[in-house]
Design a protein around this ligand. Structure first.
Ligand SMILES: Nc1ccn([C@@H]2O[C@H](COP(=O)(O)OP(=O)(O)OP(=O)(O)O)[C@@H](O)[C@H]2O)c(=O)n1
Ligand SMILES: C[C@](O)(CO)[C@H](O)COP(=O)(O)O
Length: 231
């Protein structure tokens, strides 16, 4: 049977840290919405068959007309409503995706996804069943105590900043999410953590890119303009 790869692109967040009237995934950089850039990468990627876009219920029509139809993203076959927290939105996306071999969960707020990252993630998931894009941290990281004092310093060579895409065998991650949803207010901040928490399985870290930033606060938009100015 032919391998099937589906992307779940998350765009249902409110963007509270951006302090903008317009949700950050719809803000324009170089004339196009933040969300456009990662959808364009998935559209161009030869091994991605389908994209599920997860957005706010009120933005579904806008996304269909002003993003999917306007830019010809024919691989976006489903647009579904997300939930309160990121993990709720992921679960909605996974259910809508339906059975496939591998699922690429990606933050729509990360416009600098590249072909190279997708290829490394594709190789990674085929080899290990679960992998996440990540980069070694450049700063020394401190873990604080409850009073805000530096408590200890993890060895830097073991500390990575995790990005998306986070890529998994579809059944593995969907079953882990289904179990997670049974729990009360799970404190998970990424998809690999869902797997770690529920099954104990580790995701392989594959090389992302230092440009693959998440647009989170206003200065990230300025950085994004600079990156796009270079291309
Ligand atoms: N309930 C949510 C929360 C987040 N996301 C998506 O998950 C990605 C990463 O989340 P984050 O950067 O935290 O986005 P927001 O939740 O929008 O931002 P903030 O935390 O500042 O409110 C974004 O693409 C966001 O749209 C989502 O689909 N559903
Ligand atoms: C998934 C993620 O982008 C990996 O860095 C990150 O954990 C999302 O966190 P957020 O608080 O939802 O932005």
């Amino acid at each position: 049977m032919e391998e099937r790869n589906t992307a779940v692109v998350l765009a249902a967040g409110r963007g509270s840290r951006m302090n903008s009237d317009i949700q950050k995934q719809y803000l324009l950089i170089k004339g196009r919405p933040v969300l456009y850039y990662s959808l364009a990468q998935f559209q161009q990627c030869l091994f991605i068959d389908e994209v599920v876009l997860v957005t706010g219920r009120e933005e579904i029509d806008y996304c269909r007309k002003e993003i999917v139809q306007k830019y010809g993203f024919t691989k976006v076959q489903k647009i579904v409503a997300g939930g309160k927290e990121r993990y709720h939105s992921v679960y909605e996306g996974l259910k809508a995706a339906g059975t496939c071999n591998y699922v690429y969960i990606h933050d729509g707020a990360r416009p600098f996804l590249s072909r190279e990252i997708l290829e490394r993630a594709h190789d990674g998931v085929r080899q290990y069943g679960a992998c996440v894009a990540a980069m070694p941290v450049k700063d020394t990281i401190k873990i604080s105590d409850a009073q805000g004092f530096a408590d200890y310093t993890p060895p830097r060579e073991q500390v990575w900043a995790v990005q998306t895409p986070q890529v998994f065998e579809y059944r593995l991650i969907t079953e882990a999410y289904a179990e997670l949803m049974e729990r009360e207010e799970p404190a998970v901040t990424d998809d690999a953590m869902v797997l770690e928490t529920v099954t104990g399985q580790k995701a392989k870290l594959v090389w992302g890119s230092y440009e693959n930033i998440k647009i989170t606060t206003p200065e990230d938009l300025k950085i994004a303009e600079i990156f796009l100015g270079e291309t």
